[in-house]
Design a protein around this ligand. Structure first.
Ligand code: ZN
Length: 101
């Protein structure tokens, strides 16, 4: 089935940016690239995104594991991935590393 427009995945967990970055709770949006036949889930609020895959279920699974709530290790992975994707250096505790005074 082809997806012509972006579709919100309502039964997925909200993006962890609501915990890490204290943003509003945001459900992921499914994006389908017709040219490359690739699916991707991304967060409209912070831009966090899954890998691109040619299998819809695969990107949904990626999102579920990447954004599972209440797990510190998952949050650390999320922060690391977010930084890689955005060229930032946020930490688990906030948007900038604590400086030593
Ligand atoms: Zn987000």
């Amino acid at each position: 089935m082809l997806i012509d427009k972006n579709e919100t995945i309502s039964d997925a967990p909200v993006c962890l940016c609501n915990v890490v970055l204290n943003t509003k709770k945001t459900l992921p949006t499914l994006r389908y690239n017709r040219a490359s036949n690739m699916y991707q889930l991304y967060c409209k609020t912070c831009g966090f995104k899954t890998h691109e895959r040619d299998n819809k279920q695969s990107v949904i699974t990626d999102w579920f594991y990447s954004n599972r709530a209440g797990d510190r290790h998952i949050r650390e992975c999320w922060v690391s991935r977010y930084n890689t994707q955005n060229g930032t250096a946020i930490t688990l505790m906030g948007t900038c590393p604590k400086s030593r005074s």
